[in-house]
Design a protein around this ligand. Structure first.
Ligand code: NAP
Length: 329
């Protein structure tokens, strides 16, 4: 069975419960990637009244992915959007209320916790933050056009699609070097383009990359254009010192210049680290008793659909236990 993005029930978009009791939940989950949906499957199945506020793009980052080949259970791979729709439907089967809306602010200062959208206020005994992270963009015009057509933000996800091709990687941090090294397994050549002549990455990753004969470093440079027809065929690279530009043939472009956690609405409400990621302790607990976090919003290291789903499961179990201990639910 193949479902399209339209498989999402648009009627849910206008679901605005009308009274305080209806607006109150045992568990409110902000964000609808693999972490949020997995948690909601567990909590709804455990008979906890669960709300998922999905954001304006239900399904999160996987909605912009084509084929997912490394999510267990799908021997022939699965489209990212299909996977997310299946998760949503699995959750609804157990009674989760799905709401397609943006959370504009939260109040974790008193209980029950309050969650505000443009049009409604929801209260909940517990909250799961699973708002994810957004890959940093190069900010050039052709970037969006080729995203998913040879331009990717995740080597683990998409590397195997670029066998025997010329690949470029942008960035100078741990992710860029790890991805460049990983991509040498597939690519004919791997060129790492960095805007300075000094890498930010840890020494061990630098050494590994420098020793890899397949990786070529292009220093003090940035990509100013991506070219192609239906797919990427080349990139235009500018030397930042000389302003000289050259065309490099490339079948794949991997942008690895960091991620931004989606935590703007949480500032001042839960503890965030200096980069804005939610700080968790003892599994998935935040510093606010009753508020939990799962997925890329706290995990800057693994960032995989399956690890986010795993964190979602952990959070649901932590929440269930917390609700039993504090509310007898
Ligand atoms: P990061 O450490 O923030 O590095 C981002 C890199 O991208 C930097 O080299 C930066 O250049 C470059 N950059 C940023 N904006 C750019 C732009 N607009 N155009 C071109 N280049 C740009 O991000 P990360 O590598 O994703 O790592 C995130 C965190 O995860 C780090 O704490 C890292 O240590 C950790 N991590 C650890 C491992 C591991 O231990 N195995 C693996 C992956 C990630 P500048 O250097 O000039 O600022």
């Amino acid at each position: 069975m193949t479902l399209s993005v339209d498989g999402f029930d648009k009627e849910k978009e206008n679901h605005t419960p009308s009274n305080a009791e209806e607006n109150h939940f045992d568990v409110a989950i902000i964000g609808s990637g693999p972490a949020g949906y997995t948690a909601s499957i567990y909590t709804s199945r455990a008979k906890l009244k669960t709300l998922v506020i999905s954001g304006s793009l239900p399904g999160g980052q996987l909605m912009t992915t084509t084929e997912v080949e490394n999510y267990p259970g799908f021997p022939n791979g699965i489209n990212g959007p299909d996977l997310m729709i299946y998760m949503q439907q699995q959750s609804e089967r157990f009674g989760t209320t799905m709401l397609i809306d943006e959370v504009t602010s939260v109040d974790f200062g008193s209980k029950p916790f309050k969650i505000f959208t443009g049009s409604s206020t929801y209260t909940s005994d517990s909250v799961l933050i699973s708002t994810g992270a957004t890959p940093r963009k190069l900010g050039i015009k052709s970037e969006q056009e080729f995203s998913g057509k040879g331009l990717s933000y995740c080597a683990t996800c998409d590397g195997p699609f670029f066998k025997n091709q010329d690949i470029v990687v942008v960035g100078g941090g741990d992710t860029a070097l790890e991805e460049a090294t990983f991509l040498t397994k597939f690519g004919k050549t791997v060129k790492l383009i960095h805007r300075r002549d000094n890498l930010r990455a840890s020494k061990i990753l630098q050494e590994r990359a420098f020793e890899n004969p397949k990786i070529e470093f292009i220093w003090n440079s940035s990509i100013v254009d991506v070219k192609g027809d239906k797919k990427v065929t080349s990139v235009v690279v500018r030397n930042m010192n000389t302003a000289e530009e050259k065309n490099l043939e490339a079948g794949g472009v991997f942008v690895a210049i960091g991620h931004e956690p989606n935590t703007a609405i949480l500032k001042g409400q839960v503890d965030l680290d200096e980069r804005g990621y939610v700080i968790v302790q003892n599994g998935t607990r935040t510093n606010i008793d009753g508020v939990f976090a799962a997925g890329d919003v706290h995990d800057f290291r693994y960032r995989q659909a399956i690890t986010a789903a795993g964190f979602g499961c952990m959070a649901a179990l932590d929440i269930e236990k917390w609700l039993v201990e504090t509310k007898g639910k």
